[in-house]
Design a protein around this ligand. Structure first.
Ligand code: CP
Length: 322
C-alpha cells in the first residue's frame, strides 16, 4: 500500500475488517515488521486522538514514531509554489519534505483544509506534494478533504456493534460556532457508500457534500425522517462545501440549533448508537443526555483509531521494498 487516502486504498472491506479483528485480538503479533523502521508523523494542525493512536499503532508494530509539529517545533513552511518568501515562512515544503523523508520509511500528514480556495483544498495540494517529493508511502491523518483513519475506525466500530446484518446508518449535520472542514463527513460518506449498510445523509439545504464522496447516497433534508428506524447516528458539523454555491465554500451559513442531536431525534430511531469522531462541542452537536447515554460509542470509536492506524501501517510495512 503506497497511499492511504480513499476507501479503495484498503481494498476488500470484509478482508480489512477481518484483519482489524485479528490486530485487535493480538496487537503485538507483528512487532517484527517494524523493526528498524521509522514513521514520521507531521502535524500542521492540532490533534489528540490521531497523534496518540498513530504513535501507539507504530509502537505496537515495533516501529519508531517521530512526531513533528510544523510551526511550533519546526520552521514555518511555505506551501505555495513560485512565491517570493519574504513573509514569516522560513522554509519551503519542496526542501522540507525530501529532508523529512530521508529520515523515515513511512510518512503520515495532518494538514486541514484552509477553507479559502476550494480548488486548492479539493486538489489535496499539500498531501499530493508529500507524495510527489517524499517517494515514501503516505497516510492522510486528516488532510484537506479526507480523514480515512477515522472512517476506517468508524466502520470497525459499526461492525462490532451492529445488531442486524445491514444496519441503517445516518450521517447528520449538526451546528457548530466555527467553520469546520468537510474531511470527516466526506470520508464517512465514501466508506459507508462502499460498506454493506443502509446509508442516509441528512443536512440543511445547501450543505450538500461533494458527489465524489457521497457516490449516489440517499439525502434526506428532514432530519426527523432520516432518523426513523436508524441503528447508528453519526453526528458531525461541516462548513459549506460550496457544491451548490461555490461562493459559500467554507462558510457557516446555518447555525440552526434544531439540528443538535438530542432525545427528540433519538426517540424515533431503533434505539440507535450515537457516534462522533471527537472532539465534540457538547450541547451544540449533541446534548449531554445523548452523549452520556449507554448507547454512546464515542469512546470505543476513538479506541478503534489505534486499530485502523495499525492495519494501515501493517499493510504499508508489508509492501515496503515490493
Ligand atoms: N478524531 C480526530 O481525528 O481527533 P483529533 O483531531 O484529536 O486527532
Amino acid at each position: 500500500m503506497k497511499t492511504f487516502f480513499h476507501v479503495e486504498d484498503i481494498g476488500d472491506l470484509n478482508a480489512a475488517l477481518k484483519e482489524a479483528e485479528e490486530v485487535k485480538k493480538n496487537r503485538f503479533a507483528w512487532k517484527h515488521l517494524g523493526q528498524d523502521k521509522t514513521i514520521m508523523l507531521v502535524f500542521f494542525n492540532n490533534s489528540l486522538r490521531t497523534r496518540l493512536s498513530s504513535q501507539k499503532a507504530a509502537l505496537n508494530l515495533g516501529m519508531h514514531p517521530i512526531v513533528l509539529n510544523i510551526g511550533a517545533e519546526s520552521w514555518k513552511l511555505e506551501t505555495e509554489m513560485g512565491v517570493v518568501m519574504d513573509g514569516d515562512k522560513s522554509e519551503h515544503i519542496k526542501e522540507a519534505i525530501p529532508v523529512m523523508a530521508s529520515y523515515c520509511d513511512i510518512i503520515g500528514v495532518r494538514s486541514f483544509a484552509h477553507l479559502e480556495d476550494r480548488e486548492f483544498d479539493y486538489a489535496e495540494t499539500i498531501l499530493e506534494q508529500f507524495v510527489k517529493y517524499s517517494g515514501k508511502p503516505v497516510i492522510s491523518l486528516e488532510s484537506a478533504t479526507v480523514h480515512p483513519c477515522q472512517a476506517f475506525a468508524d466502520l470497525i466500530t459499526i461492525n462490532e456493534y451492529k445488531r442486524n446484518k445491514r444496519p441503517k446508518v445516518v450521517l447528520s449535520w449538526a451546528p457548530h460556532p466555527k467553520a469546520l472542514p468537510q474531511a470527516v463527513p466526506n470520508s464517512f460518506a465514501e466508506w459507508m457508500s462502499a460498506a454493506d449498510v443502509d446509508f442516509v445523509i441528512t443536512h440543511p439545504k445547501g450543505y450538500e457534500l461533494d458527489p465524489k464522496f457521497t457516490r449516489g447516497s440517499r439525502i434526506e433534508y428532514d432530519q426527523m425522517k432520516a432518523f426513523e428506524g436508524a441503528d447508528f447516528i453519526y453526528a458531525k458539523n461541516w462548513s459549506n462545501p460550496g457544491v451548490t454555491n461555490p461562493e459559500d465554500y467554507g462558510k457557516v451559513v446555518c447555525k440552526d440549533m434544531d439540528w443538535t442531536v438530542g432525545a427528540r431525534q433519538m426517540a424515533v430511531t431503533n434505539n440507535a448508537f450515537f457516534m462522533h469522531c471527537l472532539p465534540v462541542r457538547r450541547n451544540m452537536i449533541v446534548t449531554d443526555e445523548v452523549i452520556d447515554a449507554p448507547t454512546s460509542l464515542v469512546i470505543p470509536e476513538a479506541a478503534n483509531r489505534e486499530i485502523s492506524a495499525q492495519v494501515v501501517m501493517k499493510r504499508m510495512l508489508e509492501s515496503l521494498d515490493k
